[in-house]
Design a protein around this ligand. Sequence first.
Ligand SMILES: Cc1cc2nc3c(=O)[nH]c(=O)nc-3n(C[C@H](O)[C@H](O)[C@H](O)COP(=O)(O)O)c2cc1C
Length: 199
Amino acid sequence: MKNILHIISSPQGAQSVSIKLGNSIVSQLQQTFPGSTVTELNLAENPLPHLDETTVTALRTPEDQHSDIQKEAIKASDAAIAQLFDADILVIGVPLYNFGAPSQLKSWLDHIARAGKTFSYSPEGAKGHVEGKKVYLAFSAGAVYSDGPYKAYDFATPYLTAVLGFIGITDITIIRAEGLAFPDMRENAVERALEAFAI
Ligand SMILES: Cc1cc2nc3c(=O)[nH]c(=O)nc-3n(C[C@H](O)[C@H](O)[C@H](O)COP(=O)(O)O)c2cc1C
């Protein structure tokens, strides 16, 4: 039994391929780990706020010195980090937007990558504290990035791999539904993406 956190960043609801792919991965996980709980975090419907001056200042101020305004400002980050630590498995929907991750997903990362909580610095360098998690990236894109001329243009999955790795999450599997701009490739894209997928 696992705690599964399904993070959605597409605003396209029922039309979204990354959500469909993420849901299929979650279903397979539930079959493999009966009795698992699934929590859905829909960042398109409930985006985390972009960091403002108050929040950044709060992030850089020791907690025992926080003003009431700073305590309030940092609540979203506290909640997102608690939810992250609670999860055993994360399924993260990653629609490719202008060769990167959607800003909703970037904003979530800005709240969860937090010094003193999810990573810390020591004389030996940075150390991630979010250990023992498994991540599946449910990637969707109009063009093809797994191979061919646009391979180097997918900045989303290398970026997510780097930032998640920085906070200690290194067990990451990428599942790609791609070429969605081409009708013949769009058909069955999710099924094809899942062909190579094994838990
Ligand atoms: C704002 C925006 C930017 C996009 N940028 C790219 C891109 O850089 N490369 C690409 O291959 N597809 C791009 N697409 C196409 C999406 O990646 C594709 O439609 C994908 O299915 C979206 O995920 P979703 O179906 O889960 O919403 C873009 C779509 C939108 C709406």
